[in-house]
Design a protein around this ligand. Structure first.
Ligand SMILES: [Fe+2]
Length: 191
């Protein structure tokens, strides 16, 4: 379920909006100049190789990249592997990477082919938590303060669009703000 929860930046308990209505989510984000779109999902995407996923979405990718600005497009995937004793540490390491507030020099554009992850956008006096699920495309504008939570059991496939090869590198602010907000796990279990 795609979800948007808008909170006061200085008080996570002050929730102005909580909705899973795609149109409301898109309108709210558009008001901040943030692109949110939905693409049809591929059934059982986790069983589909990355090159086939890219081929499947070729037309939409070409449309999104009509200007040619995204010169590096790849597929990031992480799925629970309970047969691997090292998986919990791998999962926690991956989760911690972008769990603190940061920004990027270019737009952060992600299409979730499956699974989920939550972007937290710190926009002035508000924090917008956007839980993206399979089918969701989100573009976080360059310079936007944000963080990302993939949850304690990361499970997603994301198409990533970069202008530069190192476009994913974050400029971390050192602000502990993310610690005061509900995690992805908490957002999903909240009433
Ligand atoms: Fe980021």
């Amino acid at each position: 379920m795609t979800l948007l929860q808008v909170m006061a930046a200085d008080d996570a308990a002050a929730v102005r909006v909580r909705t899973s209505d795609d149109e409301v989510i898109a309108a709210e984000l558009a008001g901040h100049g943030i692109t949110f779109d939905r693409w049809p999902v591929v059934e059982n995407a986790s069983a589909v190789p990355s090159d086939e996923l890219l081929a499947h979405y070729a037309e939409r990718i070409a449309e999104l990249n009509a200007s040619g600005r995204y010169r590096h497009i790849d597929v990031a995937r992480i799925h629970p592997d309970d047969t691997n004793p090292e998986w919990p540490a791998i999962a926690e390491g991956a989760r911690q990477k972008f769990l603190s507030e940061h920004r990027h020099a270019e737009d952060e554009v992600r299409y979730f082919a499956s699974g989920r992850g939550c972007f937290y956008l710190h926009l002035g006096e508000e924090v917008l938590a956007v839980v993206c699920e399979g089918g969701d495309l989100l573009s976080v504008p360059a310079g936007t303060l944000h963080w990302f939570d993939m949850g304690t059991r990361p499970d997603f496939i994301a198409l990533r669009f970069f202008e530069e090869e190192d476009g994913w590198v974050g400029d971390f602010t050192g602000d502990p703000i993310s610690q005061g907000f509900p995690t992805l796990d908490e957002l999903l279990t909240a009433p």
